[in-house]
Design a protein around this ligand. Structure first.
Ligand code: ATP
Length: 205
């Protein structure tokens, strides 16, 4: 009988390198489930989540085509903890269920060459999704590296990035949940070597 595919939960702060690590793992036979993508899917027009969001936040969060305007929804919950809690109560359990279903389906019929599953989720810990995964990998980078990389990647100011870092779960707290901490302060080549080492250890165990 085939071995049960391991599930890694991959998380980390803004700009720590989650997407980069995901990409490296995908190239090495991981099937990636991106919680953000799942988040989009669960509130497509006509779904229950869509209806509940429109009820809670009004039609002004809709695009002309009826899809949810994430930026506008983000503005509504940005500095209103109660509104954010309301939104999370609508979306988080559904994202959990959808990821669980995707894991089940992949495990039931693993695509050829797939050696593991990665759930990439910035909010893995905060949203309480850790029961879905066998192991938690946390990507960390120093604040200076994060600022430098994110400023290059997007048009965000240093202050804006620092504000976002401050709004997230503290990095030390996140690392307390980690089975593995991937330190991403060096080059991409170094990151690649680290990822390769741990992925091989996991999938050839
Ligand atoms: P976010 O949470 O903001 O989506 P993330 O954790 O997914 O970010 P990435 O998008 O993987 O982070 O990385 C942020 C930026 O830093 C990207 O432009 C990426 O190419 C770059 N980067 C990541 N790791 C390294 C590295 N070791 N060396 C140089 N650049 C890197």
């Amino acid at each position: 009988m085939a071995k049960r595919l391991p599930v890694i939960g991959l998380t980390g702060g803004i700009g720590s390198g989650k997407s980069t690590v995901s990409q490296l793992l995908a190239e090495r036979g991981a099937r990636i489930i991106n919680a953000d993508t799942v988040g989009h899917q669960i509130y497509q027009p006509g779904t229950e989540a869509w209806q509940e969001i429109v009820q809670a936040f009004g039609r002004e969060v809709l695009n002309p085509d009826g899809t949810i305007n994430r930026a506008r929804l983000g503005e509504k919950v940005f500095s209103d903890p109660q509104a954010l809690a309301r939104l999370n109560a609508i979306t988080h359990p559904r994202i959990y269920a959808a990821i669980e279903e995707q894991i089940r389906a992949i495990r039931a019929d693993p695509p050829p060459g797939i050696r593991g599953i990665v759930v990439e989720a910035a909010l893995l810990i905060e949203a309480g999704w850790t029961p879905l995964v066998d192991q938690i990998w946390v990507v960390v980078a120093s604040e200076e590296k994060v600022i430098e990389r994110v400023m290059q990647q997007r048009s965000l100011s240093r202050e804006e990035i620092q504000r976002r870092i401050a709004a997230q779960l503290d990095s030390a707290e996140r690392q307390r949940y980690a089975d593995l901490v991937l330190v991403n302060d060096g080059s991409l080549e170094e990151l690649k070597a680290t990822v390769e080492k741990h992925w091989t250890a996991l999938t050839q165990a």
